[in-house]
Design a protein around this ligand. Structure first.
Ligand SMILES: [Zn+2]
Length: 284
């Protein structure tokens, strides 16, 4: 069915674009059993505009749709993506004046069978780093470096996060900390949207414990992925030290989870801060 947004348009920058009302695409990620981030990549059929290149499912937005609806419709039409397995995380919009392209950032719990239509020569759950070696659609190639999921270390201010929910933690601080540690194992290789709206994949979590909660250190062995740190003195000092250490010598993202404003003000540059609710939304 031909939509009312189909057609070519010239933007204010003098380019010719598909989509009279703008266009939208679906950047759908998943993490496989090995912890590898994969992206639903589409090899565009030769007969399409910029045919033979790789990109993501997408196309013209129709007048009755918003960008998310258009992206989900295109994902279903071109790749057989069922809308009910897609979790929308945010969007990235490029506006040329008179034409815009919105990339819906989304993830899904596990890879599923993809169904190509005539516009797709091939569909693939491509490793993120593998995308760089494919001949990319020019528009996608320009946006891709800012869209890829950055490996992230999440440093958790244990006392602050445990204290953010009145579940009786004060009666058994070590038990509450152990429950938090157990819950954090669910963060492994989890895709997340960082406090600045950026795409992240959690590669390491550091849980800082202080006071009586330090008894939770022995609950189970650390495996290098979830690291528990017992603060000798101030938990805040230990959180700052862990953020600095995670930041040093790597371009990975670092997110500190705390609602403590004083602590947030002490964090080094290029370290993001998120509240306990951000963490709980990821764990739920
Ligand atoms: Zn343009």
């Amino acid at each position: 069915v031909r939509g009312d947004g189909d057609g070519w348009v010239e933007c204010a920058q003098g380019h010719r674009h598909w989509g009279r009302l703008g266009a939208a695409g679906l950047l759908l990620r998943t993490v496989d059993d090995a912890g590898t981030v994969r992206v639903l990549a589409q090899h565009r059929a030769e007969w399409t505009h910029d045919g033979g290149t790789w990109g993501i499912p997408g196309g013209a937005r129709d007048s009755h749709e918003d960008a998310a609806e258009a992206a989900l419709r295109e994902g279903f039409e071109e790749a057989g993506v069922p809308a009910d397995v897609v979790r929308l995380r945010g969007n990235h919009r490029v506006d040329h004046g008179g034409w815009s392209y919105t990339t819906l950032l989304a993830d899904t719990p596990q890879p599923f069978d993809l169904v190509a239509n005539a516009e797709s020569a091939e569909l693939r759950w491509a490793r993120e780093e593998h995308l760089d070696s494919l001949p990319l659609h020019p528009g996608f190639a320009q946006a891709w470096p800012g869209l890829r999921a950055a490996p992230a270390t999440v440093v958790v201010d244990g006392a602050n996060v445990v204290g953010s929910r009145p579940d009786g933690w004060w009666r058994d601080r070590a038990g509450a900390a152990a429950r938090l540690a157990a819950a954090l194992t669910g963060l492994r290789s989890r895709l997340a949207t960082g406090p600045g709206g950026e795409a992240l994949v959690v590669r390491r979590t550091v849980l800082v414990l202080e006071g009586a909660a330090r008894a939770a250190m022995d609950a189970e062995p650390d495996d290098g992925w979830l690291v528990r740190v017992a603060a000798d003195g101030s938990g805040d000092d230990a959180v700052v030290a862990e953020a600095v250490a995670a930041r040093a010598g790597t371009s990975d993202a670092v997110v500190v989870v705390t609602a403590d404003r004083g602590l947030r003000a002490r964090l080094p540059d290029r370290v993001g801060a998120a509240g306990p609710s951000w963490l709980r939304a990821l764990l739920d």
